[in-house]
Design a binder for this molecule. Structure first.
Ligand code: NDP
Length: 389
């Protein structure tokens, strides 16, 4: 039996992962981790006969323990328990905790030298070189789970990276794609939190509308595939059916198409290096009829220019960018700053952070940079709020 663990099992990616695991009878679930959604975690642990269920929050221990009483499933709580779970032997681990909390468990899973399916975007953006070095040191394989990166990974199978001229990541443009700039300025969190094609959580949906999500993905692609900043392009593609395009030096372009369903990239990572049947909708291009593409307007999506700046700066710019983006998003959701102010907060934090070119040397370093950047971003967001009031 192949042993699998899912970190962030109760989230959107986690639930899709478990949907695929439930269709298999050749897997043993070692660990499932969650956060505050204890009821769902307990149900998942029972349904999947997990050996261990872990909540990241100490105060959720007793409710989880009660919910799993008599099942024989081991229960643990707290960030330390999540980290420890990363060391429980597993052949395949899904890293789908949201935010910086996903970093340390992901590193722990890599230390087992097996396969880590990586959904957590923050890992590559904030600690890309450290993460890849950890994987190399332990002979572990990282498989990208973001649909665009999985698409690039698949298009690169059997190819040399040196033969790649450019990689294009597509973006739907989010729910506010066709809004005029003036209206965009006054967009509310509810309006920005509605996505035309993908069913995701509120934060990532707003990041999709602002293209901060795409900016993160551009940085991820730079780190993971070792591409230069000017080799990575973004195209708006409202239908979200072409996930990425890889252009080679002989003029060929390999595109990856498919229905927008996270179970495809997750399933690809689960079955890699083989392909197995997956329960995703089949693409019928005759029915689709047309595929549209457009260059993104950088004035409308300043996050994309910030991503370029981050890649060119290197060092700890990714960690600062991610932390500032999180704080800016918190303030936007709390309606303290406007939709377009988010990029201004990130820009100001990058400008004010001392020694942006300094590369983090350890995970502890990354977390310290994250804390420092969050404090600076808080100041920038408050100043923006005060200026607007
Ligand atoms: P969700 O918010 O839906 O789920 C996040 C998961 O992390 C939940 O299990 C949550 O537990 C858990 N969690 C929350 N806080 C903590 C914490 N402090 N410590 C440990 N666990 C915690 O996120 P998504 O599934 O949407 O995304 C997960 C990651 O994958 C993100 O980095 C995202 O950017 C990335 N991603 C997501 C995609 C998508 O389609 N959604 C696509 C590609 C990448 P609980 O809910 O129980 O509190």
């Amino acid at each position: 039996m192949r042993r699998v663990s899912v970190f962030g099992a109760t989230g959107s990616v986690g639930v899709s992962t478990l949907d695929l695991l439930a269709r298999r009878d050749d897997l043993q679930v070692a660990v499932l981790t969650g956060g505050r959604n204890v009821d769902l975690l307990a149900k998942q642990a029972v349904a999947h006969r997990a050996e261990r269920a872990v909540t990241a929050f100490d105060d959720c221990y007793q409710p989880l323990k009660d919910a799993l009483a008599g099942t024989g499933i081991a229960v643990a709580a707290g960030p330390g328990a999540v980290l420890e779970a990363g060391h429980v032997p597993a052949d395949w681990t899904m890293s789908a905790i949201v935010g910086a909390a996903g970093l340390a468990p992901g590193f722990a899973a890599l230390s087992q030298g097996r396969i880590v399916a990586l959904a957590n975007k923050e890992s590559l953006v904030t600690a890309g070189p450290l993460l890849l070095a950890e994987a190399r040191a332990h002979g572990a394989t990282i498989l990208p789970v973001d649909s665009e990166h999985s698409a690039v990974f698949q298009a690169l199978t059997g190819e040399e990276i040196a033969a790649v001229e450019t990689v294009t990541l597509t973006a739907s443009g989010g729910g506010l794609r066709d809004w005029p700039m003036e209206r965009l300025r006054h967009a509310t969190p509810a309006e920005a939190g509605t996505h035309p094609n993908w069913d995701m959580g509120q934060r990532i949906t707003i990041d999709s509308a602002s293209m901060f999500n795409k900016a993160m993905e551009v940085i991820e692609a730079h780190e993971f595939f070792g591409l230069a900043p000017d080799q990575i392009a973004v195209l708006i593609h409202p239908q979200s059916l072409v996930h990425a395009l890889v252009a080679f030096r002989d003029g060929a372009v390999m595109g990856h198409l498919g229905a927008p369903d996270m179970r495809h990239p997750i399933g690809y990572a689960l079955n890699w290096p083989s392909r197995a049947a997956l329960p995703v909708a089949r693409l019928n291009l005759a029915r689709v009829g047309r595929l549209d593409f457009a260059e993104p307007d950088l004035a409308r999506y300043p996050a994309l220019s910030l991503a370029r700046q981050v890649m060119q700066t290197g060092g700890c710019a990714g960690a600062v960018f991610n932390a500032a983006k999180e704080i800016a998003l918190d303030h936007f959701i709390a309606r303290q700053i406007g939709f377009l102010d988010m990029a201004a907060v990130v820009d100001s934090t990058l400008a004010r952070f001392a020694d942006l070119g300094r590369a983090p040397q350890s995970l502890a370093d990354v977390l310290a940079i994250d804390t420092e950047a969050r404090a600076l971003a808080q100041q920038a967001a408050r100043a923006r709020h005060a200026g607007a009031a």
